[in-house]
Design a binder for this molecule. Sequence first.
Ligand SMILES: CC(C)(COP(=O)(O)OP(=O)(O)OC[C@H]1O[C@@H](n2cnc3c(N)ncnc32)[C@H](O)[C@@H]1OP(=O)(O)O)[C@@H](O)C(=O)NCCC(=O)NCCS
Length: 393
Amino acid sequence: MQVRRISAEERLSHSFPLQAYAFEQSPAPAANTDRWRAYLPYNEGNRTLVAEDGDTALAAATAIPMRQNVRGQMLAMAGIAGVATHPLARRQGHVRTLLITLLGEMREEGHSVSVLYPFRPSFYARFGYVTLPKRRTVSFAPADLGDLNRADLPGEVTWERMSAGYDTYREFMLRLARERHGLALFPDYRDARLRDDDERWLVTARLDGTVIGAAAYKVTGYNGELEVDDLLVTTPLGRLLLLRFFARHVDQVSRVVAGLPADELPELWGTDLQVTVEGHTTIPTGNAPMARVLSIQALAGLTVGPGRVTVEIVDDPFLEGAFTLDGRGGALEVTAGGESTAALSAAGLSALVYGVLDPEELPLRGLGAVPADAARELRALFPRLVPHVVADF
Ligand SMILES: CC(C)(COP(=O)(O)OP(=O)(O)OC[C@H]1O[C@@H](n2cnc3c(N)ncnc32)[C@H](O)[C@@H]1OP(=O)(O)O)[C@@H](O)C(=O)NCCC(=O)NCCS
């Protein structure tokens, strides 16, 4: 068995068939080749590795070179996707070998964190990933927003097909990503699918020409739902302008359903607004995203709190060793070495960096040994945060 990076064209024969078998209805009624060929440009800069025996691909895994805001810094992030093994080659360690090689190569190229959507979180927990919050959805009847119809609001709203408004949307996402912890961005070649598929309307709120809110959405039918992928705003006015736009669908759709960060409180958006907020995780198709740190040195400069501690990272091919983490200047300083007072697994460190677990939880979850003194410093360094990944892959 050898591991090899395949060329773009080889995806048609080596990785797409394995993925199609794993994730789609099969055998397909018609040959997939034309559909796959059309999909190639959106994979252009991805790194796909296969484990092969002679000419036969036994397993495949892909990394998308993405970017992600982690505590205020845009970091190069490896988005892992398309992990699949030939049905006769499963449980033989192929994906373990592929993933370690792939993450190592992405790390060499400067990707300091990684995100994926697991089929089963425990599978990726053994590779150092920790669960991040899943986006919530809010749903409400547009009739509940009737008050907004008469509201006198500054600013304006633009409505267009995604193919027409894509550049505006992308620019807004790039700006938003610089402000929001956890937000992940596809590379241009992959994101362009949103424009080319053109399966969304785009509504944009602006004040003095600056975009302050945007929603990509579709309508499922007359008296159906208006489904917004993610309601993304930078100001309360941006949200109100979008909500007023939705209110004007009162005799067209019965519900508005919108994706939201896990810490949003839509019951506060208006008076007499009846909302249902939901979050579901399901194995294998509806899991929360997971993330891990690939390089601790690359975290230098993150916006952190005033703590200082030396930790030993254990049992990980990418992070092993002792590191002193110092946040007393407001930006994280990382120095190799020191007398460690806590031991963390890769997932334990990742949980703290992303802000999703308290240090006290780590020993209880088997993610480290953290005495009370070290927990206090780690808590000061890495205050809790709610990452909102947005990108789904
Ligand atoms: C899930 C899948 C990718 C695993 O690939 P594989 O080559 O069989 O995995 P490996 O043999 O390298 O197993 C790696 C580790 O995970 C464990 N593992 C394998 N399948 C598992 C599963 N379904 N659930 C939990 N653990 C699993 C193995 O025991 C092994 O543990 P170890 O290294 O600590 O001993 C493969 O079975 C598959 O293609 N399934 C269908 C498609 C799919 O679900 N893809 C995942 C997309 S995110």
